[in-house]
Ligand binder design. Sequence first.
Ligand code: HEC
Ligand code: HEC
Ligand code: HEC
Ligand code: HEC
Length: 375
Amino acid sequence: MLKAPRSQAIAARLGIADPTQSAECISCHGDPAPNHGPQWKQSDGVGCEACHGGAGGRSGGAGEGWLASHATVSASHAQNVARGLWAVNSPPVRASVCLDCHFGSSKPGQFVTHRIMAAGHPRVTFELDLFTSLQSHHDEDADYAERKGINGGVKLWAVGQALSVKRALMLYPPRAAGNFPEFYFYDCRSCHRAFSDDPGVPLVARTNPARPIAPGAPVWNDESLLMLSAAAKVAAPALGARLDARSRAFHAALGGDRASAMKAASALASTADELASAFERGSFDRTQTFAMIEAVLVGGANTYTDYQGGAQAVMAADTLLNALVAAGHVDRASAMAVRPALDRAYAAARDANRWQPGEFRAALASVAGQVRALR
Ligand code: HEC
Ligand code: HEC
Ligand code: HEC
Ligand code: HEC
């Protein structure tokens, strides 16, 4: 990918001579895991060790790594992890590993600044369970269940959203681009909108009940916050109420002085963290999963005023429906019957340049009706 014309063009605009050698690119498009094993090659890109951990042993390649022993008959998962394999079967560990590249981290080079996006890099978006399925190369059969346990899609989705909210809030404070905060954290379309002097042309911004902000204020990208709020309302209502209150306070504080905004950010981050732990401890039955789909599709509908939240909502519906099938709560044929409605919702969220919140919500409502029938 870093040799492709698109990367070459991005690099040229940024003054990077060779993206395949630049830390600004290979920290995510390469394999930044420490202590690589002997077979690691930079040209493999995002290789096995980028997700499974360096295979060469814990301290600078010294000591025995996990590569030689991990597939032997006597090896246990715990032994492999003790030798440096990352436990990406655990939802918070997996979320943390993926978010490093699929959101950003404080490690050198691991962040797609607005400067990099303005040079041509796509917007980075993520949903832990759906993206896991898209790159899945493991089978959660009986043997796997015995060795590692099955977490299920609902937990992965919920923990992923909580840790994504936390990650954004933790990274936000120190990041700035000159006099401005880093734009990466805001909803792209709150700045990148078309406008007109014709008084007959309606304004595109819509009042959002989850965000008490003044007209014209840049909008915090709350795509994961909105999903987290839906999950919390069902699985941890008291924490959910606190999340919503702190979230509104944070949005409002962004319009004030920096110290108050940072204080509100850290309060909100701690609630997100508590929710991640609550989700990880919990388990999600049929009733709760249906209630979460309803919370996403119906409860949250009036908060999908902007593209990024809408895109998360349709991914969530897909993920949660798949989780019901995987857990045997809904048969595959019935879930397939919802597919055309779900595809219409995906289509309504395909192009951020043609975002029509009304049409999108109508598509979501038709998914909701069909899912309710399955319930
Ligand atoms: C924080 C991690 C991160 C950094 C830093 C980063 N990227 Fe990316 N890049 C990604 C991710 C993740 C995607 C895939 C986005 C998606 O599809 O969700 C991507 C996508 C791309 C794509 C589009 C791929 C496609 O399928 O069309 C190009 C081109 C690209 N990156 C080039 C670069 C270049 C050049 C740099 C350095 C200037 C860079 N990236 C820095 C994470 C990163
Ligand atoms: C983008 C991240 C990512 C990359 C890259 C990746 N994996 Fe995985 N892998 C996972 C995840 C997530 C799982 C499922 C969780 C688990 O079992 O730990 C998994 C599971 C596995 C399993 C199943 C283990 C079991 O207990 O049954 C094997 C084997 C595996 N990966 C091998 C590889 C190999 C070999 C490569 C390189 C060719 C690779 N992986 C690259 C993320 C990744
Ligand atoms: C070392 C950085 C890194 C890590 C860790 C990582 N990814 Fe990625 N991932 C990327 C980059 C870069 C791309 C874009 C690659 C390209 O198009 O060449 C990508 C692409 C993907 C895509 C394809 C996206 C699309 O729009 O087609 C999926 C799915 C994905 N990653 C899932 C995961 C999951 C799940 C995890 C965690 C288990 C994970 N990745 C961990 C860097 C990473
Ligand atoms: C706070 C306002 C603001 C936010 C939020 C914002 N941008 Fe920008 N963006 C700008 C400004 C200002 C420029 C420079 C415009 C110019 O040069 O004409 C720009 C330029 C760009 C460009 C280059 C456009 C071109 O045609 O040259 C791209 C691409 C871009 N932004 C993508 C994004 C993405 C993706 C996001 C969301 C993750 C985002 N922006 C969020 C203000 C913003």
